[in-house]
Design a protein around this ligand. Structure first.
Ligand SMILES: Nc1ncnc2c1ncn2[C@@H]1O[C@H](COP(=O)(O)OP(=O)(O)OP(=O)(O)O)[C@@H](O)[C@H]1O
Length: 269
């Protein structure tokens, strides 16, 4: 059986009286693309925030690479190999694409305020060059070479999403958390993004946990899908299994009971 890179154990989270998550548990196999789906307000972003450390669950644990990270801050989780992108773009609009991506690499540099003044005399210069090479690899991979010097804020939405992905990849994460990577994209941009996600999973070996509303994309690229509904886990499984489940059809896809019954009758006959 494939080892789990991430285990979420009995996580609950409330905002005042609002229960955003109730006793949610699941495991993400290393090397997989794992999608979280569910209606608006189901708790998807809350779950991603509990994994990344932006929110602390009221109870339960988040285990990453067999280490309990529940009480660690987001930066510490990033150091351990967790990268993320946000539902709303979080780039530095006035900075170039390259500088935005280098920000992602910054925390990996061993050079600090003490060794900084010794830049030319230390290994820092070599380190910086190695980082630049890795960043260039990502830029090639995501086909954004032509905009590397452009100011991020001037780019189309689809390109900015791609730069955000590049910045998350620059951390060399083992696990990447993507919050609605296709939101606001046209069909062509969605197809491109789906291909990049699959390739970063297959070529760079990065495990992906993503929230996505586009069911076509979810079905196409996910190895496993988990459904949240009113903060509770409805089910998880292979994409086909999840989509065929009557509860999911009812809760998420908005298909009425009569349609489900007639479909079940058709299958039985
Ligand atoms: N910071 C917050 N303060 C108060 N309530 C919140 C906060 N964040 C989320 N909630 C509430 O928690 C519940 C789950 O919200 P969450 O954003 O996690 O759902 P979601 O599935 O990501 O929704 P969407 O698909 O609309 O992004 C909702 O009832 C929401 O109003």
């Amino acid at each position: 059986m494939t080892e789990s890179i991430l285990k979420v154990e009995h996580v609950s989270l409330a905002f005042g009286g609002v229960k955003a998550l109730t006793d949610v548990s699941f495991e993400v196999p290393r090397g997989s693309v794992f999608s979280i789906i569910g209606p608006n307000g189901a708790g998807k972003t809350s779950m991603l925030n509990c994994i990344s450390g932006r929110y602390q669950p009221n109870s339960g644990n988040v285990i990453f690479n067999n280490k309990n990270v529940t009480n660690l801050r987001p930066n510490d989780r990033a150091d351990l190999g967790m990268g993320r992108t946000f539902q709303n773009l979080a780039l530095f609009g006035h900075m170039s694409v390259l500088d935005n991506i280098m920000v992602g690499r910054h925390h990996l540099l061993n050079n600090n305020w003490l060794t900084g003044p010794l830049y030319w005399a230390s290994n820092a210069q070599k380190e910086e060059l190695a980082h630049r090479r890795y960043v260039e690899e990502i830029i090639d991979f995501l086909e954004i070479s032509h905009i590397r010097k452009s100011v991020a804020g001037t780019l189309s939405y689809g390109l900015r999403k791609r730069v955000e992905l590049a910045r998350a990849m620059a951390l060399k994460p083992e696990l990447i958390l993507l919050d609605e990577p296709m939101a606001g994209m046209n069909l062509e941009e969605k197809e491109d993004m789906a291909r990049y996600i699959l390739d970063l999973n297959e070529e760079f070996g990065i495990t992906v946990v993503m929230i996505e509303h586009d069911m076509g994309v979810v079905m196409d690229i996910s190895h496993q899908v988990m459904v949240l509904d009113f903060g509770k886990k409805l089910m998880s499984g292979l994409p086909d299994e999840v989509m065929a489940d009557p509860h999911v059809k009812r809760a998420y896809l908005g298909i009425e009971d009569e349609e489900i019954n007639s479909e079940q009758q058709r299958e039985a006959s």
